[in-house]
Design a protein around this ligand. Structure first.
Ligand code: ATP
Length: 233
């Protein structure tokens, strides 16, 4: 469904992705783990179209989207829930959700909103409140729910558990597991490598802008190098 080949990307003259290859089949949940600064966020930004690609190709569902505008990628079914939330703090919770569904008809919006509220009941309770008044964890849920409003076939998640209290981290990973059950293809970037590998089918290890290892998530979770570098064992 998603194929990345020889992907390079730069900030100014500094290349930070040096030829990344990866592929995700429909229905898979794939994790990208790696240290701070490895290039995980840059990779997701290239996939969502907010960071230019200097070489290589991105194909999604048979379309070459290497240079497609972000809204076109969303229209094709590729949506991102960005790191750092980036919600609209002076709009209500419900208006934030509506903005995620800009391409959908009214019935789809209503259906998707019901699903979002089922997954995150707290957002239903707070739907009329300003998003800026939500706790950090609730804002993270709102960002994820908003990405779901676009009815994505493939969801790009950047650090969904970042900065959350342990109970909320568990809740976010439960939601990711239920999205997986719903058949949504997921590419998950996470510092929390243990949780990411637990919920994923396959994983890639990104080191210094290149894929250093890849395989079944359960195999990588048992690998000595991965355990020492990313699992703290
Ligand atoms: P983290 O987990 O800390 O977010 P990451 O793996 O997501 O790390 P990136 O944020 O993609 O890594 O950063 C990759 C490299 O690009 C790092 O060396 C970083 O300093 C650099 N970088 C990131 N954003 C910019 C920017 N806007 N301008 C210049 N360099 C940047």
């Amino acid at each position: 469904m998603l194929e990345v080949a020889g992907l390079k990307s730069c900030y100014g003259r500094i290349e930070v992705l040096h030829g990344v290859d990866l592929s995700i089949a429909r229905g898979e949940t794939v994790a990208i783990v790696g240290a701070n600064g490895a290039g995980k966020t840059t990779l997701l930004k290239c996939l969502s179209g907010v960071q230019p690609v200097s070489a290589g190709h991105i194909r999604f569902d048979g379309n070459d989207i290497t240079r497609a505008q972000p809204f076109r990628r969303v229209a094709l079914g590729l949506a991102q829930s960005p790191e750092g939330r980036q919600i609209f703090t002076d709009l209500s919770v419900e208006d934030n959700l509506r903005l995620g569904a800009f391409r959908a008809g009214r019935e789809t919006v209503a259906g998707n909103m019901r699903t979002a509220y089922e997954l995150f009941p707290v957002l239903r309770q707070k739907r009329a409140q300003l998003a800026g008044g939500l706790s950090g964890g609730q804002q993270q849920m709102l960002a994820l729910a908003r990405a779901l409003m676009a009815d994505p076939a493939c969801l790009l998640l950047d650090e969904p558990s970042m900065g959350l209290a342990p109970a909320l981290v568990d809740q976010i990973f439960e939601v990711i597991a239920s999205l997986k059950e719903r058949g949504i293809t997921i590419l998950l970037v996470e510092q929390n490598a243990y949780a990411a590998l637990s919920v994923s089918t396959r994983a890639y290890v990104l080191e210094n802008g290149a894929i250093a290892m890849s395989g079944e998530a359960s195999d990588l979770a048992r690998d000595d190098r991965v355990r020492a570098a990313y699992l703290g064992v």
